[in-house]
Every structure is written in structure tokens, then in C-alpha cells.
Design a protein around this ligand. Structure first.
Ligand SMILES: *Cc1c(COP(=O)(O)O)cnc(C)c1O
Length: 407
């Protein structure tokens, strides 16, 4: 008899986006005349940078001729892309990451989801609340939790991110082995300082733990004092993996390219206590289960690092940051407490009432869609997330409507 992995039965059906879609549809049926402005989704809206389009065209033409055609590429990604990443994202910022430590992939979602399979089922895992759901659900699937009750899985160590800690989690009181951190954060938009991040690196070193650091929104950092990479913290190379993506940085959500940094100094332990290389394990895993990213897409990602590419990507993020600043200013003027929206495309707003009630109010009275914070975890109750991924005109119109609706 074919038995299923019953850990899947513990998963909470993610009703968040279906629920949102249902409420939008009901509203649209009542008000067919109203054009709804969506500030809910974590997907970009601007086209790919011009340098990426040119690189894609050129690479597609290479694929059209036998003498320049490419079949399977290296599982870890082409050297031209890994070199560009190591040089521009790390070495240029004083982090000594080598091209061999870069693993190109088709998304930070799969990498952040897959990485936990290198580790024992019995390890203790710490996950922020609120959180990008991938980290949590993949650990549930792997059998690292008990059942779900009252908004939480048994056996998981939750790191509360609330107004009282500035949405940066405190070190846990119980020892943990694997720690997920994401800065600038989705959904709160909060950032972490180098000193705060150093405290986590020290914790990991003291406890022989490992940090999985999701830096998918690094391109939105404008404050030069904030770390863009965990490897800007001394000693992080031994205890941290970093995930990055071209999705939010360069509009690759539909094109698919990302990368994971696994330093060769990074260790995990055998049951005997003997250290073993995480890099070797991930290399083995990727070469077995993955065949990298298509050649044209890797060329498009490489183009992001050309001088024109850097300028275009900067302009793209600046556009969204302008929206974010506008949203934050408008909600602040209306008397709401906001986090994020600076160095981040997300604004986390204290709705001072049930998150879904505020969602319904904004939808019904203003025709604006947000995301109820409770969809990201228990600590998200009483908050909504507004995303800056839209046009400036739509953002201005949305805020004008919200002002009228709440005024
Ligand atoms: C969007 C996002 C990613 C990127 O996912 P891709 O699979 O690379 O598109 C990763 N982490 C977080 C927190 C995100 O919001």
C-alpha cells in the first residue's frame, strides 16, 4: 500500500491568498465600476531592465546556432555569473566570498525551502513570527514539528517580532540549532543593524548553530550603515548561509534566477561531534537533484552587474522605494504606527483592530487590497502589510482613497 508522508497533514491549508481573492471577487461583484488597486502581493510590476532584455536576446541567438549552442551547464551555475556575483556583491563590500561558494539556482524560495534537508530531523529550529511561510512549512513537511494548535506548531521555537523589540527578534532562551533570519524583512519591512546581526552570529558560534539568512530584499537598502550581507559580520562565514534572488532586485520573479552562498568554512556536525562541510553536502545535494538555470537567464542575471545594469537596477528599486516612502508618510499622517517602507518595499502597519477587519475596511471603503498580517503568523494579528510594488500613480490614488475612507 502506498502511504503518504503524514507530516503533510499537519500543514495548515494556506487560505490567505484564496481568502483575499474571494473577498476581492465579492467586492468587485458589488461594485463592478470600481477599479481595485492591489497593494497586497509580493510581486514586482515593472518590466525587466533593458540590459537584461538585450542579454536574453543575444543568448537566445547563441542557442540558435550549433557552434554557440549550450546544453547542460554546470550544476552550480556558469562561472561568468558566479564570478560576477562574488566580485560585485561580496568582494567589493569587503566580504571574502569566493565564486566557488556561490550556487546559482532558479529561486530563493526553493533554496530556503530545500536547505533544511541537509540536517537531522531532531534539530531544534527557530523561526521568526511573522514569517515568510516557506521556512516553516518545509520544516513541517520534514517532520520537525508536532501538530498545529492556537496558531503555532508544537516543537518549533518561535522568535516573536513585535513593536517591543523593534521587529528584530531577541536571542532565544532555549538552545536552537538552525535559525532563519530575513532582513530587510518580509512581511514587516524591518531592517537589522550590524551589531544586532553580530549578536546572532556570536550566538550561532557559541551554540554550534547555523543561520539561514534570507537577503532577498538587500537591493532596497540605502542606509550605508546597514549590512547588505551577513558576511559583513566577522566570523559569519563559519555559521551562516545566505540566500539572494534577482526576483525583487531586478524583476526576475517570472524569469527565475537566484543564488545561495555556502562558505567552505561553514560546518555542521556528525552525531560524534565531528565537524563536516556544509558546502560539500549542498554541492552533493544540488548535483543530484538540480540542473541549474537556463543559459539565457544566467546571461540576463550577469547583465545586472554591468555598469548600465547596476544603474538600471538601482533606478528600479528607487522607484519602488519612492512608493514605499509615500505610503509610509500617508499612513503616518493618518495616525498609524508604521515599520518598514525605508530600505524595504514593505510597510507594516498597526491597524489597531483585527487585521481582517482592516483589510475589509480598506477594500470596501477604498477599493485597496492589502495583506492581513495574521496570514504570516500569530504576531501579525492587528497588522497589515502594504507592498510598494505598483506604479506611483496607483499608489497616490490608493492613498487618496484611504484618506477619504478613514477621514
Ligand atoms: C520573494 C522572496 C524570495 C524570492 O523568491 P524567489 O523564489 O527567488 O522568487 C525569497 N525570500 C523572501 C522572503 C521573499 O519575499
Amino acid at each position: 500500500m502506498i502511504h503518504i508522508n503524514e507530516n503533510y497533514l499537519k500543514l495548515q491549508a494556506n487560505y490567505l491568498f484564496t481568502d483575499i481573492a474571494k473577498r476581492i471577487k465579492a467586492h468587485q461583484d458589488r461594485r463592478p465600476d470600481q477599479n481595485i488597486i492591489r497593494l497586497g502581493i509580493g510581486d514586482v510590476t515593472h518590466a525587466l531592465p533593458a540590459v537584461c532584455i538585450t542579454a536574453l536576446h543575444t543568448a537566445v541567438d547563441e542557442m540558435a546556432a550549433d557552434d554557440s549552442f549550450r546544453g547542460y551547464g554546470p550544476e552550480q551555475g556558469y562561472a561568468f555569473l558566479r564570478d560576477a556575483i562574488a566580485r560585485n556583491d561580496y568582494q567589493a563590500r569587503g566580504a571574502s566570498i569566493d565564486a566557488e561558494e556561490i550556487f546559482v539556482s532558479d529561486g530563493a524560495k526553493c533554496d530556503t525551502g530545500n536547505f533544511q534537508e541537509l540536517f537531522d530531523t531532531a534539530i531544534r529550529v527557530a523561526i521568526p513570527d511573522p514569517v515568510y511561510p516557506v521556512y516553516l512549512d518545509t520544516n513541517v513537511m520534514a517532520g520537525r514539528t508536532g501538530c498545529y494548535s492556537d496558531g503555532r506548531y508544537e516543537g518549533m521555537v518561535y522568535l516573536d517580532c513585535t513593536a517591543s523589540n523593534g521587529f528584530v527578534p531577541q536571542l532565544p532562551d532555549t538552545a536552537v540549532d538552525l535559525i532563519y533570519l530575513c532582513f530587510p524583512n518580509n512581511p514587516t519591512g524591518a531592517t537589522i543593524t550590524k551589531a544586532q546581526l553580530a549578536a546572532w552570529v556570536d550566538y550561532a558560534r557559541d551554540n554550534k548553530a547555523l543561520i539561514l539568512y534570507d537577503a532577498a530584499y538587500e537591493a532596497f537598502i540605502r542606509d550605508e550603515t546597514l549590512p547588505r550581507s551577513i558576511y559583513e559580520v566577522p566570523g559569519a562565514k563559519e555559521v551562516a548561509i545566505e540566500f539572494r534572488s534577482f526576483s525583487k532586485t531586478a524583476g526576475f520573479t517570472g524569469t527565475r534566477c537566484a543564488f545561495t552562498v555556502v562558505p567552505k568554512d561553514c560546518m555542521a556536525y556528525l552525531s560524534s561531534g565531528e565537524p563536516t562541510s556544509v558546502h560539500s553536502l549542498w554541492l552533493r545535494r544540488q548535483t543530484t537533484k538540480f540542473n541549474s538555470v537556463s543559459y539565457p537567464v544566467q546571461r540576463a542575471a550577469e547583465a545586472v552587474y554591468s555598469p548600465e545594469g547596476k544603474a538600471q537596477v538601482m533606478a528600479l528599486a528607487d522607484d519602488y522605494l519612492k512608493n514605499a516612502a509615500y505610503i509610509r508618510k500617508a499612513f503616518t499622517a493618518l495616525g498609524f504606527e508604521c515599520v518598514g517602507g525605508v530600505n524595504s518595499p514593505y510597510i507594516w502597519i498597526n491597524s489597531r483592530r483585527d487585521a481582517w477587519d482592516f483589510f475589509d475596511l480598506l477594500l470596501e471603503k477604498a477599493g485597496v487590497v492589502c495583506t492581513p498580517g495574521v496570514g504570516f503568523g500569530k504576531c501579525g494579528q492587528g497588522y497589515i502589510r502594504i507592498s510598494a510594488f505598483n506604479s506611483y500613480e496607483n499608489v497616490q490614488a490608493a492613498m487618496a482613497r484611504i484618506k477619504t475612507a478613514l477621514g
